[in-house]
Design a protein around this ligand. Structure first.
Ligand SMILES: [Zn+2]
Length: 324
């Protein structure tokens, strides 16, 4: 719902957003943070008749809060916006990082994705996406979806634009590392940039609804948590080139995951049948996968199936005491 006097929609057209990003040199005009929101400087949104790029800029959540609390004036924001446009030596966010290549490869623990359009897609939502920087920016274009431990959405980042409440998050950009926290002690995403064309995901822990995606030392684990059971597929050592989607999860059409087999088909990637999980989806991708581990735990028992995916394709299943 728009709370604008003139009925102006909150939706900002794409070309206007791009102009604001260019004018702001792709970062918060106050602190240069690379995650931001689109701010109406003057007039404020409820009085604005249009989305005017001359009177709008990029502000990060922290700086936006300072404006709301009256600690930072609109005049200062406006002046900084003008300074940034006029100056020729304004620092780009992440200015000293050399990651301008078009072919970014992303390492998620022991899994490597090269040229993937989307890394992780869950029920149609792209929960993690890392793309090459936009023109004149040296910061990668990041999209992610972040929630609390019960799977409720806290905030999301859509192509570096912060969406959601400002107090639910914290980001830290130190040297070549980006850390996003969903609470004081909980790191949801920790990235390390390795010039010239590699990004390493050091930590990842995302819960969306009942789905859970977590990076451990030697596996990328994709799972489902219900009140009585937990179910994980762990992928160890995967190399995926050119996929449309690296990891695809369809939880809505898989109410009770039940592994029935593993199928590989040209153009469809690996289908871990019965679980709603597919890997390396896309018509022109290639992949190498060395290990799969399937964990199915409830209050009675834990079943672990290990599939080394060697030439013999033999899996072993063992039943363990309950871990829940
Ligand atoms: Zn800022």
């Amino acid at each position: 719902m728009s709370n604008n006097k003139h009925g102006l929609s909150r939706h900002i057209p794409k070309d206007i957003k791009l102009e604001i990003r260019r004018n702001s040199k792709f970062g918060c005009v106050i602190c240069r943070c690379a995650f931001y929101q689109y701010e109406h400087i003057t007039p404020e949104f409820h009085d604005a008749q249009e989305h005017d790029p001359n009177n709008m800029c990029l502000l990060c959540g922290h700086c936006h809060d300072k404006v709301t609390r009256g600690m930072l004036s609109k005049q200062t924001v406006k002046q900084k916006y003008i300074d940034i446009q006029q100056s020729t030596d304004i620092k780009k966010p992440f200015d000293d990082i050399d990651i301008n290549h078009n072919n970014i490869s992303v390492k998620l623990g022991s899994c490597l994705f090269k040229y993937s359009k989307c890394l992780i897609s869950l029920d149609g939502i792209s929960v993690l996406n890392i793309e090459p920087p936009e023109e004149d920016s040296s910061f990668p274009v990041l999209s992610g979806f972040f929630s609390d431990d019960d799977g409720n959405e806290l905030f999301s980042i859509n192509k570096n634009e912060w969406q959601g409440s400002n107090d639910a998050w914290d980001t830290e950009v130190v040297g070549n590392e980006i850390i996003i926290r969903t609470s004081k002690n909980k790191i949801a995403l920790h990235l390390r940039i390795l010039p010239p064309e590699s990004i390493e995901v050091v930590e990842l822990d995302m819960r969306i609804g009942q789905s859970h995606i977590i990076l451990t030392e030697d596996e990328l684990k994709i799972g489902r948590i219900t009140p009585t059971a937990e179910y994980y597929v762990g992928i160890g050592s995967l190399e995926c080139l050119g996929a449309d989607i690296g990891v695809f999860v369809d939880s809505k059409n898989t109410p009770r995951p039940n592994l029935t087999g593993i199928r590989m088909a040209g153009g469809e990637g690996i289908d871990i049948q019965g679980t709603g999980i597919k890997l390396c989806v896309g018509s022109t991708c290639s992949m190498t996968i060395k290990e799969l581990r399937i964990e199915d735990a409830n209050k009675m028992r834990t079943i672990i199936t290990e599939c080394p995916l060697t030439s013999s394709l033999e899996c072993t299943t063992t039943i363990h005491p309950p871990r829940l």
